[in-house]
Ligand binder design. Structure first.
Ligand code: HXC
Ligand code: NAP
Length: 288
């Protein structure tokens, strides 16, 4: 029987395609890259820490036998983003897709944030995504070549969330960017989509977003209707699908993959989960 952690797409779905993943040396970026390599893609990963991406590239090559270029790049710096594209072109000849996955985040009451703290997160998430999008989009348009953007956002891009306000502000901007360019650049054969993941355990997110001693507050069986965290392969399947030609008619969409988490928090009467079977029966009898 098919499992949710199985590989979804046919083998070779990404043969002769080069995909660039920002922040591809760790966490979800690494997992998406690994799956794309298994599907035949050539991969470029970037991040600020050279040793992290080089180690990741070696591990990915070892695990999949694929071709990986690790290019140090701070997405906040346009010249480094230009160099990322040039390095990818020099190594593989063409680029077919970009996953804007790099992010910075931490929890903090907003009134405790310095100007620089706020700007740091917005610069990585929104300005970094904009830098990469402008660079790769202009290249595809000039080369008269189709391309696909996939932006990794979060579900609080549209609900907002306290304590991660710079991230929520920036991810909301990336959602607007996604929808805007889907319309404007569709005519060039460039598709722009997004994924809004719920909680998927990664070292990067967990180390910054879970206060010491509060692990139980994030108990998935209470917060997430399907009762568990996401598995990396589930996200990788969705990402690969949205980047692939199978999704050629999907443009401007943001697909939520969170087990129903944000709707659990939003629905006014969802707290009634707490009501027992006996209480329901008593209410029915009394017509309450
Ligand atoms: C208050 C903080 C802070 C904190 C940093 N700052 N951490 N302020 N509380 N916990 C402040 C610093 O004091 C400084 O301001 C400013 O932010 C910049 O900090 P630096 O450490 O100098 O910045 P930098 O080295 O560029 O690091 C960026 C970072 C860091 C965002 C702070 O955490 C990072 O590198 N993150 C990358 C990976 C990441 O965040 N992964 C998680 C993504 S998870 P001053 O004024 O002192 O100079 C995610 C998922 C969300 O997005 C949804 C989950 C369900
Ligand atoms: P992660 O492992 O910390 O990934 C973040 C990556 O971004 C790191 O590899 C980091 O590498 C890179 N990065 C940060 N700043 C950068 C910069 N200025 N330039 C280039 N690269 C930079 O965390 P993750 O959980 O996998 O998150 C991946 C994506 O998923 C993010 O967009 C995040 O917002 C999103 N997301 C995650 C979850 C979750 O539950 N995990 C939920 C919702 C959304 P360096 O530090 O070496 O630069």
């Amino acid at each position: 029987m098919t499992k949710h952690t199985d590989s979804m797409l046919p083998a070779d779905s990404f043969r002769d395609q080069t995909i660039v993943i920002t922040g591809g040396g760790t966490g979800l970026g690494y997992s998406m890259g690994k799956y794309l390599l298994q599907l035949g893609a050539r991969l470029v990963i970037c991040g600020r820490r050279t040793e992290v991406i080089e180690k990741a590239a070696a591990a990915l090559i070892e695990e999949t036998g694929g071709e990986v270029l690790a290019q140090p790049c701070d997405v906040r710096v346009p010249e480094q983003v230009d160099a990322l594209l040039q390095a990818a072109l020099a190594r593989f000849g063409a680029v077919h897709g970009l996953i804007n996955n790099a992010a910075g985040n931490f929890i903090c009451p907003t009134e405790r944030l310095s100007y620089n703290a706020f700007h740091t997160v917005v610069d990585i998430v929104l300005r970094g995504t904009a830098n990469c999008t402008l660079c790769f989009g202009k290249h595809w348009i000039a080369a008269q070549q189709p391309g696909a953007f996939l932006n990794i956002i979060t579900t609080y891009a549209w609900t907002g969330s306290g304590y991660v306000v710079p991230s929520a502000t920036a991810k909301g901007g990336v959602l607007a960017l996604t929808r805007s360019l889907a319309s404007e650049w569709g005519k060039y054969g460039i598709r722009t989509n997004a994924i809004a993941p719920g909680p998927f355990p990664t070292e990067g997110a967990w180390s910054r977003l879970v206060p010491p001693g509060m692990q139980n507050a994030f108990n998935p069986t209470q917060r997430i209707p399907v009762g568990r965290y996401g598995e990396h392969q589930e996200l990788a399947n969705l990402a690969a699908y949205l980047l692939s030609p199978f999704a050629a008619y999907i443009n401007g969409e943001c697909v939520t993959i969170d087990g129903g988490e944000w709707l659990r928090g939003a629905g006014q009467f969802n707290f009634l989960e707490e009501v027992t079977a006996k209480q329901w029966e008593d209410m029915r009898k009394k017509r309450v």
